[in-house]
Design a protein around this ligand. Structure first.
Ligand code: 13P
Length: 262
């Protein structure tokens, strides 16, 4: 089964509203709406979501958030629920990013609760997993991934795997300029798919899109996406420039930038 590539920008806590809108204008000018054989998602800060959803109404570019709560409503000061994200035009949400695990003490249990809530609301969750550098050195990568997938995905219905994605983001590769080699990404992502197959069956595992994230640059895309278990990318730093992100999303593409007005 051929899975459609999914390329996701994670802007983290960057961009004022004006910059976010300028980015979208530029990305569309370069031709992002013409890329019909792949899905492109911008995961923006919450402050920019509503305005971005207005300008993306007639666009192929999808909108996502970087986190969501595990309840749809309630007394949770400062939090945002999956239903509220849907309400302002999001269709995707990143869950369990390593920065949330590290700075906000998110556990695999919490990720599972958030995943359930996001799916219930009708969002497409992107669940992040990945080992730390010292865990890789101690040859514990598989053990860590097995736990993050086992506990973090919990008891999904097999059909739900097709509505979500997993992002393999080795912590040692995030924001360091050290990208995992394509064979390292493939090895880990093949392992992730095998864990999913064990729990939910081979058909569900084949439907799941597994992205690679960690210091992705435009030049890495062809070799990463050539790996059989790499179905896309989750991009931090290089997604902040519309030019760089365009080069990332137009990998393998025959399209050249269009310069018409959008
Ligand atoms: P960088 O691409 O900046 O390494 O960030 C990766 C990431 O954390 C995406 O979620």
């Amino acid at each position: 089964m051929k899975r459609q590539p999914l390329i996701v920008a994670n802007w983290k806590m960057h961009k004022q509203l004006k910059e976010a809108l300028e980015f979208v204008r530029e990305l569309r000018r370069l031709g992002a709406d013409q890329l019909r054989d792949r899905t492109v998602v911008l995961c923006a800060p919450a402050t920019a979501l509503l305005a971005l959803s207005e300008v993306l109404k007639d666009s192929a570019i999808r909108l996502g958030a970087q986190n969501a709560h595990w309840e749809q409503a309630g007394a949770f000061t400062g939090e945002i629920s999956p239903t509220q994200l849907l309400d302002v035009g999001c269709s995707y949400v990143i869950l369990g990013h390593s920065e949330r695990r590290e700075h906000f003490a998110e556990t695999d249990d919490r990720v599972r609760q958030k995943l359930r809530a996001a799916l219930c609301a009708g969002l497409h969750p992107i669940v992040c997993v990945g080992e730390r550098g010292e865990e890789r050195e101690a040859q514990r990568t598989h053990r860590v991934l097995e736990r993050q997938i086992g506990v973090g995905l919990g008891d999904l219905a097999p059909t739900e795997l097709g509505k979500m994605a997993v992002a393999y983001e080795p912590v040692w590769a995030i924001g360091t300029g050290v990208t995992a080699r394509p064979d390292q990404a493939q090895q880990a992502q093949q392992f992730i798919r095998s864990c999913v197959a064990k729990a939910y069956g081979p058909e569900a595992a084949q439907a799941l899109r597994i992205l690679y994230g960690g210091s992705v640059q435009p030049d890495h895309m062809d070799s990463l996406l050539a790996q059989p278990d790499v179905d896309g990318a989750l991009v931090g730093g290089a997604s902040l420039s519309a030019q760089d992100f365009w080069r990332i999303i137009s990998f393998h593409s025959q399209l050249t930038p269009t310069h018409g007005s959008v």
